[in-house]
Write a protein that binds this ligand. Structure first.
Ligand SMILES: [Zn+2]
Length: 222
């Protein structure tokens, strides 16, 4: 079961890598709900994801996430301690923090794909992340972190990209065919010209000229 889960996750990761140009270390943008769930499941977030995806990751969060956890008080104190160790990504709410979900939403929308993995247990935020192509979602399930399968928006984007590639290759084939035809015409002209040149170069047979001279001299002597 574990191997199957890892295989699925790694093939999804390949999609993000090749189609959406994600690169290591992958940035995992976590909110308080994710930190809380990981804490409850006794999961070391960074190590767990690194092993699970067989890659290097950098966990990060925002000031808005920390501010929200601060507001929630004791109940989320542990999650705040976890999130505080993460790298802070700058958001546009420095002077007036907004709810964590709104903040993370703005980050993934601003950077579109190829930037962040979203790590959350918040269903509303997950739903939003899934409407943007190329935003991988991580969540805690039982005692594991799971990389969600690519969303419909992501799949549609992949289909559109492959269609585009296909039509490009068809166009390339057509232009290649035209180029070949052009080359044949040029090549054909060249051979015709070369053939003519050769004929001209041959000219009159020099041996026949020699013979004629001999016969003339013979006649004179006789
Ligand atoms: Zn913010």
């Amino acid at each position: 079961m574990k191997i199957k889960r890892q295989k699925q996750a790694r093939s999804a990761l390949n999609i993000y890598k090749h189609i959406f140009k994600f690169h290591e270390p992958y940035l995992v943008l976590a909110d308080g709900t994710f930190c809380q769930a990981a804490l409850k499941a006794k999961i070391q977030i960074k190590d767990h994801i690194s092993k699970y995806l067989n890659t290097t990751v950098k966990c990060c969060t925002t000031r808005c996430v920390l501010a929200e956890l601060e507001l929630l008080g004791n109940e989320m104190h542990g999650a705040k301690m976890v999130a505080q160790r993460f790298q802070l990504r700058s958001c546009s709410h420095r002077n007036s923090p907004v709810p964590a979900a709104e903040c993370l939403k703005s980050l993934i929308k601003d950077h579109e794909s190829g930037r962040y993995f979203i790590a959350t247990q918040d269903m509303a935020l997950t739903k939003i992340a899934k409407t943007i192509p190329g935003v991988p979602v991580l969540y805690v399930f039982q005692s594991h972190i799971v990389l969600d399968k690519p969303s419909r928006a992501t799949e549609n984007h992949i289909k559109a990209v492959s269609k585009e590639k296909l039509s490009t290759s068809e166009a390339e084939k057509k232009s290649l065919k035209l180029m070949k035809e052009d080359a044949n015409i040029i090549h054909g002209e060249r051979t015709v010209k070369q053939g003519r040149k050769r004929k001209r170069a041959k000219g009159p047979n020099p041996l026949s000229c020699k013979k004629k001279k001999k016969t003339v001299s013979n006649k004179k002597t006789s």
